[in-house]
Design a protein around this ligand. Structure first.
Ligand SMILES: [Ca+2]
Length: 345
């Protein structure tokens, strides 16, 4: 017996809600949430980007074309800002952000390629009309609000630089690994896989060598180790492997966190995480009456399959701390791994 593709519950949805006058409707990307980004031409032959999400169409307006859509629902595409300027944009949380050129330029013509689930985008931009030698064109990598010239991110001795080839970036994955293509004067094509070097982890609790005293301080439902499977910075993080439901607590005793500091936690929740809530915390010692300072977060406030940054304020009048850590509560059974990294203060 063989089966054709089985849709969830047999449901097939029609992409209703696009401008009835639309022609040349193209769905370009579908992400793992089932959201779709596409484009169409309106009655005036102008291009629009649309996003389809659970039966609802959002129209991003004229002069926009999508190139990619990530699992955060963010669209990477090309827009329009007056004659001769077609910058790349990232559309997220209902707003456009335009990326511009690499140097000073009057006009921008940008080719959007890909954007991963961390919001790191790659493409190629041509700037023109700027001062001589403005050097405003080239392949770029956009990350954390910064437009980087791609060649600035490559070790100068690498042959990509040495041969003075301009890489056309093709693909990026969620590990920020990039496929680049070069074409030399003889039209010979070469492909490269570029892998990022880990940024150093300068946080006090960076979990680079060991667990730094962090251990299970709650119910017997989890084990604690270091792991390179996920990391916020450096090469490794603290892995909290949960085997069932219940109340979990991982903590480090007598941390040297001074009063008045803000503790910053980076916490990675897997895509299938089902805990009810998590709570990074700091607790004062006996002199401080065991005072508790937590930042309780329901699962709905957190990003899954991603790093979450959560802070805990230690008051100015706090007495020396008894412990710092993370609590998790799962009313249902769960088996999976949560990661903590780069806890600084
Ligand atoms: Ca680390």
């Amino acid at each position: 017996m063989s089966a054709a593709f089985l849709f969830s519950h047999g449901a097939v949805s029609k992409l209703n809600g696009i401008d009835p006058a639309a022609v040349q409707v193209h769905a370009q990307k579908i992400n793992s949430l089932g959201q779709i980004a596409g484009e169409y031409r309106d009655a005036s032959n102008l291009l629009h980007t649309f996003i389809y999400d659970q039966g609802v169409i959002t129209d991003l307006g004229t002069f926009t074309t999508p190139s990619d859509l990530n699992d955060r629902g963010e669209v990477f595409g090309e827009g329009f800002q007056g004659p001769h300027s077609q910058p790349c944009f990232i559309y997220k949380n209902g707003t456009f952000q335009y990326l511009g050129a690499l140097g000073v330029a009057a006009y921008v013509n940008c080719s959007a390629r890909r954007m991963n689930n961390a919001g790191v985008a790659i493409g190629y931009v041509t700037g023109s009309g700027g001062p001589p030698n403005a050097n405003s064109s080239g392949a770029f990598l956009y990350s954390d609000g910064k437009l980087n010239r791609f060649t600035d991110l490559i070790v100068p001795s690498d042959e990509l630089i040495r041969d003075n080839l301009s890489p056309e970036l093709l693909l990026i994955n969620d590990k920020n690994e990039i496929i680049a293509k070069t074409v030399d004067a003889g039209r010979n094509v070469q492909y490269y896989l570029l892998t990022p070097v880990d940024a150093a982890d300068s946080a006090y609790y960076n979990f680079e060598a060991d667990t730094q005293g962090w251990s299970n301080a709650g119910e017997d439902i989890l084990t604690v180790s270091t792991s390179t499977a996920q990391k916020f910075a450096g090469a490794s993080s603290l892995a909290i492997q949960i085997s069932t439901g219940g109340f979990g607590r991982v903590a480090v005793a007598t941390p040297p966190v001074p009063a008045g500091r803000t503790l910053t936690f980076h916490i990675y929740l897997p895509a299938d995480a089902n805990m009810d809530w998590i709570q990074p915390f700091a607790q004062e010692g006996e002199a401080g009456g065991w005072n508790w300072h937590g930042n309780w977060q329901p699962l709905s406030a957190l990003q899954l399959g991603a790093w979450n940054t959560i802070t805990v304020q230690v008051p100015d009048e706090a007495q020396p701390l008894n412990m710092v850590g993370l609590e998790l509560y799962m009313s249902q059974t769960y088996s999976g791994t949560v990661y903590v990294d780069s806890v600084s203060f």
